[in-house]
Design a protein around this ligand. Structure first.
Ligand code: TRP
Length: 335
């Protein structure tokens, strides 16, 4: 508990450009969580270097992501938005937790297997222990809840196992985190292959709408979205392309899928796709405008970065000191 509220932690990597899927599925739903939870949203730049990065690009993307958090409506006065690398406790706790995590557990991680296959020339130890750093992120803040997608559930399970193992030895040190199951955002699929999730790493640029796409690009991508030859706008499994467009339209407008189906009853796919494009533009345009303003205000963003890193560091240090004492590291001598 911090300030009488339960703690929520989540992080995003700054690799690739965020998509409409990241926004509708995650960011947008994070905006109001601070009413109920003390929220920490980290830009997890330490996780990013498990694959090779161009330093200048990583630095810029990390800053852009922080500005996107704010542009998306996450208030930096009410939420802690910070860079993982600015709080050294993440690395320090990760080391300790490494000593409480089994090789066999890490070997089972499906994301490790996928990434190792994709980066066969650089299967480094950091990639292998990535989930331990993630566990450290979460446990350092004594998070009660973690909003994560299905692809990160295995890592969250591991976090719980490691925390329970540690608590089993040393007593109640860590809060055991749970997956956040509140109102979850729609899972947005690729516009070119509705069987796949919309992803920032998709090679086909038409598959994803990026948060910074201009209106013409957004409209063109929507109009090119893969559909079917049923010629009817219904919300059902058999029409995954149309179903995905209904999800997008419904998330952008706040209407339910049923209402969308009624609204477009008897209309053609062309009209519907145009309406979807317009709905997306009306959501992303204000976000882009806020982002452009933030990008001009260097000192404001710098202030946020500094203050929030201090705030995060403060909470992190409390947990870390406790853990260090438990495992037997000597107390520091203070004169
Ligand atoms: N591994 C997460 C992802 O790729 C990002 C992440 C790092 C994270 N640390 C976290 C998410 C802690 C939730 C909590 O999506």
């Amino acid at each position: 508990m911090i300030n009488g509220k339960k703690v929520l932690f989540s992080g995003m990597q700054a690799t690739g450009s965020l998509t409409l899927g990241n926004y509708l599925g995650a960011l947008k739903n994070w905006v109001n969580l601070c009413d109920e939870y003390e929220c920490f949203y980290s830009v997890v730049d330490m996780h990013s270097i498990t694959v090779r990065q161009d330093p200048a690009v990583l630095r810029q993307r990390a800053r852009n992501l922080l500005m996107i958090y704010i542009a998306a409506g996450i208030d930096p006065e009410k939420n802690c938005l910070y860079y993982q690398s600015h709080v050294s406790g993440h690395a320090e706790l990760a080391w300790i937790l490494n000593c409480f995590t089994y090789m066999g557990e890490l070997n089972r991680m499906t994301q490790f297997k996928d990434k190792a296959a994709r980066h066969a020339d650089n299967i480094n130890a950091g990639l292998f222990t990535y989930p331990v750093l993630m566990a450290a992120d979460i446990l350092l803040y004594q998070a009660d809840v973690v909003p994560v997608g299905i692809d990160q559930m295995q890592h969250l399970e591991l976090t719980r196992d490691v925390a329970q193992r540690f608590n089993g030895v040393y007593g109640d040190v860590f809060t055991i985190p749970e997956a956040y199951i509140g109102k979850v955002g729609a899972k947005i699929m690729s516009l070119q292959d509705p069987a796949k999730k919309m992803s920032k790493s998709d090679e086909n640029p038409n598959a994803s709408i990026y948060l910074m796409d201009d209106p013409d690009t957004i409209m063109r991508k929507c109009r090119r979205a893969v559909t079917d030859s049923e010629a009817q706008i219904l919300y059902r499994e058999e029409q995954p392309g149309i179903r995905n467009l209904i999800d997008i339209y419904s998330s952008c407008t706040g209407k339910t899928p049923d209402e969308v189906v009624k609204e477009f009853d008897g209309k053609g796919y062309g009209d519907f796709k145009t309406a979807v494009g317009e709905a997306v533009i009306s959501v992303l345009k204000p976000l882009q405008e806020r982002y452009a303003k933030l990008a001009e205000d260097k000192s404001y963003i710098d202030g946020i970065i500094k203050e929030n890193a201090e705030k995060a560091g403060h909470t992190a240090a409390r947990t870390l000191r406790k853990v260090q004492r438990k495992v037997g590291f000597p107390d520091r001598i203070r004169s």
